[in-house]
Design a protein around this ligand. Sequence first.
Ligand SMILES: *[C@@H]1O[C@H](CO)[C@@H](O)[C@H](O)[C@H]1NC(C)=O
Ligand SMILES: *[C@@H]1O[C@H](CO)[C@@H](O)[C@H](O)[C@H]1NC(C)=O
Ligand SMILES: *[C@@H]1O[C@H](CO)[C@@H](O)[C@H](O)[C@H]1NC(C)=O
Ligand SMILES: *[C@@H]1O[C@H](CO)[C@@H](O)[C@H](O)[C@H]1NC(C)=O
Length: 611
Amino acid sequence: MPITLEKLPFDILFYVACSLDFDDIIHLGRTCRQLRLLLNENTLCRKVIEAHAPHSREAQSAQIQRTTYSEALESIYSRRDAFSNAYPFSARILGHGTAFIYRQGVLCVLHGSVIRISDIYARSELCEIDLSFLSGPNSASGPSCEPLISLLHFSDGIISIHCKNRVSWPRNRIIAFRTDPALPANQREITSIQLESSSKLFVRHTSSSLYFGTHTGVSSDGHHEWEIQGVSLDNGSFQTQRPIQLVDFFGGDIGSTVAFEIHDGYFYAVSNQTSFDVEELDWTSFYHCIRFPLDDPHPNVEANKRVYRRQHAEGPIHDSWTDLSIQIDEQTNSPLIVESRREWQKSSSHKMRAFYISEFNTNSTTPSTGNSPDSGLRDEPMLPLDDPFSNLVDSTNHPHWAPTQPRYSWNVHPEVLPNTETCRSFLLARTKVRAYNYSCHSFIDLVEDDGCCGVSSSNSCLRIRIGSRRLAPFHWESLGKAESSKSRQVHPPFTDDDVSYSHSTIKMWPPVGALCPCSLRLHKILNPPFNSGTISNRKITGVVDERSLVYMVKPGRTYAPEDDALGVIILIDFSRGPSPAMSADDVINVAEDQWHWTPGYHAYCQTGDCR
Ligand SMILES: *[C@@H]1O[C@H](CO)[C@@H](O)[C@H](O)[C@H]1NC(C)=O
Ligand SMILES: *[C@@H]1O[C@H](CO)[C@@H](O)[C@H](O)[C@H]1NC(C)=O
Ligand SMILES: *[C@@H]1O[C@H](CO)[C@@H](O)[C@H](O)[C@H]1NC(C)=O
Ligand SMILES: *[C@@H]1O[C@H](CO)[C@@H](O)[C@H](O)[C@H]1NC(C)=O
């Protein structure tokens, strides 16, 4: 008698399932009733989540029993699937304001002198913080004396802002507020920190510790360096008497040359360069990584200036496309360096974008990163043996070189695979928001497409553009034929012992212009009309996390100073969330400013293309 999968004893199925990939488990569960039952098994779902996404928001909510593990599994799958296929579940206008922060599912919007804070998934307002008290007695002397407010960071129920006074003292302050809805207004302010300068000010904080940095240190040869200072939010005391200067940590642009993050009790910093000037003779580029515990900041204990990045010979970089971030691996909870670069690879005339992932490594004695950080100063520098220029340099040239290190498939995600049908690409000026998420293996761009709504207007439309990849099956070659249909393509592994990934084609959403009523509505939501200013110079800023894109569109060229112009904030949501119960009439009549996919209502939108 043949043994079929569903006749296997539960225990065996359980062990088989535990060693399968996340998507495979769900897909198998959809093949038949018996396997479907497995997915209702809470213990199994828990095992799967603990193996594949133990640090996801869904896992945490199952841990505290707000949802079951089986719901968590479905929910992770459906958001990942929606994200990687560019099929959001909903889109809506969240409100108006002059600035916003979106993080941890919470939206903070500055409008006039009020910050409105809301949980966008629970659709509940958390609190309002009225900042008019900051204007002080000077406010009578007119708007030019009002302090300038900007939002700095939101995390763990705390928002921090920067208040810059134009006339009164102190000139610069960081103020942190709690956003817990239960607190009375006069107990929200936690701390107010006076600053001498706010040059390139940034803030990262947890619920108990706040770190801020400014580009105000001065190095021995006179250029600016970062200074970092930590404050306890429990009692307001500073971690160190003087700010910590990140000596020889170069790069001044957060998001492209440097990135800072707090994770699990540590402060992390990474830079894409290890020297201030571009050396004339140089072969290899490294990342500079630093980390220290929040409660014991010493920036030189765990630092590594030789985390391999690339060889300069790989080709020139188109700098304006570079994005640098520190991301946390959902599976291992360890930090990773994620850099997106557009390069003219190997002397080709074609620019290719790729997303590079490296381990964040502060262990400078790890052999794989080449020689130790300062050996170049002590000994003869390490140099390539076969390069004629090697004879021309000595340590005074500060040359950087390390042998080329292998890149594995997980280290690099090319935007487009070679030999794929040409897909539409967009110029930098037309790419308004860019993001890559390592855990989702996806990139998302918000682009201005002028070939989309040709019929209805001469304007260009905002659309999302998404590409993603996932681990290919072990025997991908035999499956390759079926897999590499029009919609997926397998990228062969770089080496024999490496994994391979199967890439989706790049997708754009929403569907073109007036294809159907739902797409028409979506275009109206995503492209808010403005009375003043032309569409072409509207200003767009956005934030992406694993389940959504939140962006703000401000009209171009208004008479108000740029910061005061009122923008529209829009959410594109990939998580399914509780679907509002709707009848067919509701689907037609719901407010114009939202669109929600409702199962079974494809018929309304004849082609069903919006989802
Ligand atoms: C302030 O709180 C921190 C913990 O957040 C503690 O380490 C420090 O000793 C406290 N300082 C004072 C002056 O109480
Ligand atoms: C780091 O990134 C910036 C911005 O893209 C670029 O100008 C610079 O050349 C990069 N540094 C190195 C060493 O490649
Ligand atoms: C650093 O790497 C070296 C060599 O691999 C290893 O022996 C050492 O234990 C590592 N140190 C830490 C703190 O991980
Ligand atoms: C990426 O996705 C993970 C979950 O899949 C999430 O925790 C993280 O915040 C996301 N990171 C970014 C930078 O979007």
